[in-house]
Design a protein around this ligand. Structure first.
Ligand code: DGL
Length: 272
């Protein structure tokens, strides 16, 4: 069943829930329609061509519902498809990279900014480009952390194993004298306590979620799209291409309320 005028949010899995949580906090009247492609997660080590096809399948699914704005809450997908989706879609489309980069620039005092993300996001230099455009003299260092997403998707994000993996992965960045570290993957905020411990308390961790929700709010206001104040409480919908029960468990722990999650198949015929 469709819901009226929702905010569509897509990610390769549960990571976009970090953005959904912030949207719900900042815009409590808005309804969310979330799709997580858990069956094919992680995206980060796939080719750009494959990610483009998968992201377009998710967008096609979401746009079949009455959606008034779309958030690509996946850095990896946003790095590949954001501009082309924007140019062919008639609802506002928001990514997470620009908002995250802006938040990092305003948080950093020394201009030494690290970026952690998936292999594709780091290889594409997606954050580095925006950071240098915003502030050319900034120093940036990017590092791919391919072991992080599987820890989150399997629900082991606060296990001793996660602590060991995060510590080992982050260690090379501790010599970079960073004052700001961008969590350039929407799955990583679930590992934030461990990442903070590994990088040190003096380094500010930046998650795109807050700034993305703020940008969404600005866009809704600009296009006069805010939910009607008289409407009854929002009924969010969550879809996954994978295991609905696992999604529900992680989602409820992160969002703090009961979720109804449906497994939905994506159109296999979509070709770019
Ligand atoms: N959460 C996604 C991101 O922000 C992708 C993680 C993955 O599927 O590798 O990049």
């Amino acid at each position: 069943m469709s819901i009226p005028q929702a905010i569509g949010i897509i990610d390769s899995g549960v990571g976009g829930l970090t953005v959904a949580r912030e949207v719900i906090r900042q815009l409590p009247r808005e309804q969310i329609l979330y799709f997580g492609d858990n069956a094919r997660c992680p995206y980060g080590s796939r080719s750009a061509r494959e990610i483009r096809r998968f992201a377009n399948q998710m967008i096609q699914f979401v746009m079949r519902h009455p959606v008034k704005a779309l958030v690509i809450a996946c850095n990896t997908a946003a790095a590949v498809v954001l501009e082309e989706v924007r140019s062919r879609t008639d609802v506002p489309v928001i990514g997470v990279i620009e908002p995250g980069a802006r938040a990092a620039i305003s948080a950093s005092r020394t201009g030494r900014i690290g970026i952690i993300g998936t292999e594709l996001t780091i290889r594409a230099g997606a954050y580095q480009r925006v950071l240098h455009r915003l502030k050319p003299e900034v120093y940036t260092v990017g590092m791919a952390c391919p072991a992080f997403v599987p820890l989150v998707e399997s629900g082991r994000y606060d296990s001793p194993e996660a602590q060991r993996i995060v510590e080992e992965t982050i260690a090379p960045l501790t010599h970079e004298e960073l004052d700001t570290l961008i969590l350039g993957c929407t799955h990583y905020p679930l590992l934030a306590p461990l990442i903070q411990q590994a990088i040190g308390r003096d380094v500010a961790l930046i998650s795109s979620a807050e700034e993305t929700a703020r940008e969404l709010s600005t866009l809704l206001s600009l296009h006069n799209l805010y939910a009607d104040e008289r409407a009854s409480g929002p009924r969010h919908q969550f879809f996954t291409s994978g295991d609905a029960e696992r999604f529900r468990q992680i989602g409820e722990a992160w969002l703090g309320f009961a979720l109804e999650v449906q497994t939905a198949a994506l159109d296999p015929l979509y070709q770019v």
